[in-house]
Design a protein around this ligand. Structure first.
Ligand SMILES: Nc1nc2c(ncn2[C@@H]2O[C@H](COP(=O)(O)OP(=O)(O)OP(=O)(O)O)[C@@H](O)[C@H]2O)c(=O)[nH]1
Ligand SMILES: [Mg+2]
Length: 449
């Protein structure tokens, strides 16, 4: 569903990622393109405005400018906002009522209420072993009750026997009584659809609502109808508190605007997605997964998340100050090694980076792998604090002692010392490139040289 939006956004971010340093103008220009992409995807204008404002505020901040990679940081901010827009927490169906728990399905004509009724019943049976009774309250469309019955027979889910000429209220009452008597866990009420939200429909829905006291009132919205679905959901929610949205036909080529706006407009979470005509074509809605699907770069996002957890800003600043004064020592080296380890070792970092093959090859040439890292760490740990602070102290006997302590050879110790010297030199060089460059690139940046 989000194909067009997704490719538009990946173009924008592709450009952003190529830049090492981001100015406020870069971010503003990128966000202008994001804004257009969202509007073209048919996202409601007020929703787009809030979204962009909120990203703009965060993305212009200090944190981004000084971060590991500003381009990716902006993507992370967009990802977080997008997840927020979709409703941060994944919202499960709530069945915490004394049984039978009633679920009421409402929505415009043809939105997929009847199909979704059967899908939800089947989902609850398969996932939670809940026994559902389905009842159609649609007394307007002649074949409507029969339609649900047929779906029930096909999927082996009970439906309330049809009694002609009953009103929706009578059917609702009978459904609850039958479910109570016969020990059903859940009653799912399929209601009649309308072309518009009108008073008659709302009165009928309210009456049924009073009788069944549903723990879930699900608004079924057709993703293909875009903003119409959003407006209807908003209007409906004003009259009768709904608890969630089922978004259907996301298997079609809807532009995604409905999915992206409905939560912001109604304050109600999307709980389920209809992904096809078949009974099992239903999915739980995961905001963060949809967000990464839209951005098409899930793993990069989780890498940035990991990095921002681990790389403490203060540490990075202290390190930068030390380098500036030419005071980088083995303590700092050890810290950098630990940081790499926290990120899941070299392999962990590599796996998450796009285009990592090239970097991997470079790393291979520099013989940086996890085993080497562990060995280097052991060597540093065998040094005395004084030695770590003053790398000039190492003479032959100290080197032998350290090698023995780390369970390795003097050659390895020599190699590390040489690497350290090279690194110090490189840092001085990078220092000329500016403090920010150092913070941004950290150890992997230095090793890649
Ligand atoms: N592709 C696709 N088709 C769906 C989906 N959900 C429902 N449909 C189809 O949409 C059509 C209408 O679905 P119904 O469940 O009858 O819709 P309704 O809201 O009950 O319609 P009324 O009772 O007339 O208001 C049917 O042909 C369904 O097969 C979906 O998620 N994907
Ligand atoms: Mg129907």
């Amino acid at each position: 569903m989000f194909d067009t939006l997704s490719s538009r956004l990946s173009d924008v971010f592709g450009k952003l990622k190529k830049r090492g340093v981001l100015s406020e103008e870069d971010v503003t220009a990128a966000l202008r393109e994001v804004r257009i992409a969202l509007l073209e995807a048919d996202v409601a204008l007020p929703v787009v405005k809030d979204f962009i404002n909120s990203i703009h505020e965060n993305a212009i901040g200090e944190e981004v400018i000084r971060s590991v990679s500003p381009g990716q940081m902006v993507i992370k901010i967009v990802n977080d906002e997008l997840t927020k827009m979709l409703g941060s927490d994944q919202a499960e169906l709530n069945l915490a009522a004394s049984p039978p728990a009633a679920i009421m399905m409402v929505g415009l004509q043809g939105s997929g209420k009847t199909t979704s009724t059967a899908k939800v019943a089947s989902y609850l049976r398969n996932q939670f072993r809940k026994k559902s009774l389905m009842a159609s309250l649609d007394v307007r469309r002649p074949a409507a009750q029969k339609q649900l019955e047929v779906l029930g027979v096909d999927a082996d889910i009970s439906t309330l026997p049809i009694i002609p000429f009953e009103t929706p209220e009578m059917i609702a009452k009978r459904a609850m009584e039958t479910a109570r008597k016969e020990g059903y866990d859940v009653v799912i009420l399929d209601t009649a659809g309308r072309l518009h939200i009108d008073d008659e429909l709302m009165d009928e829905a309210s009456a049924v609502h009073q009788i069944c006291k549903p723990i879930e009132t699900l608004f079924v919205a057709d993703a293909m109808t875009g903003q119409d679905a959003v407006n209807a959901a908003g209007a409906f929610n004003e009259k009768l508190a709904m608890t969630g949205v089922v978004l259907t036909r996301i298997d079609g080529d809807a532009r995604g605007g409905a999915a992206l706006s409905i939560r912001s407009v109604t304050g109600c979470p999307i709980k389920l997605l209809g992904t096809g005509e078949k009974i099992d074509a239903i999915e739980v809605f995961h905001p963060e997964r949809i967000a990464s699907r839209i951005l098409g770069m899930g793993d990069v996002v989780s890498l940035v998340e990991k990095a921002s957890e681990v790389v403490e800003e203060e540490e990075a600043e202290k390190l930068a100050a030390k380098i500036q004064k030419g005071q980088f020592d083995f303590e700092d080296f050890a810290k950098q090694l630990q940081q790499v380890r926290k990120l899941g070792g070299m392999g962990g970092i590599m796996g998450m980076l796009p285009g990592s093959q090239k970097i991997k090859a470079q790393m291979g040439a520099a013989q940086v792998d996890d085993k080497a890292l562990a060995c280097q760490e052991a060597i540093i740990l065998s040094m005395t604090l004084k030695e770590r602070k003053n790398p000039k102290l190492f003479n032959g006997s100290r080197r032998r002692r350290i090698a023995a302590g780390a369970g390795t050879t003097v050659q390895e110790v020599n190699r590390l010392l040489k690497q350290f010297q090279q690194m110090s030199k490189m840092m001085k060089r990078m220092n000329k490139l500016g403090q920010k460059g150092m913070i941004r690139h950290g150890l992997p940046g230095m090793m890649g040289q």
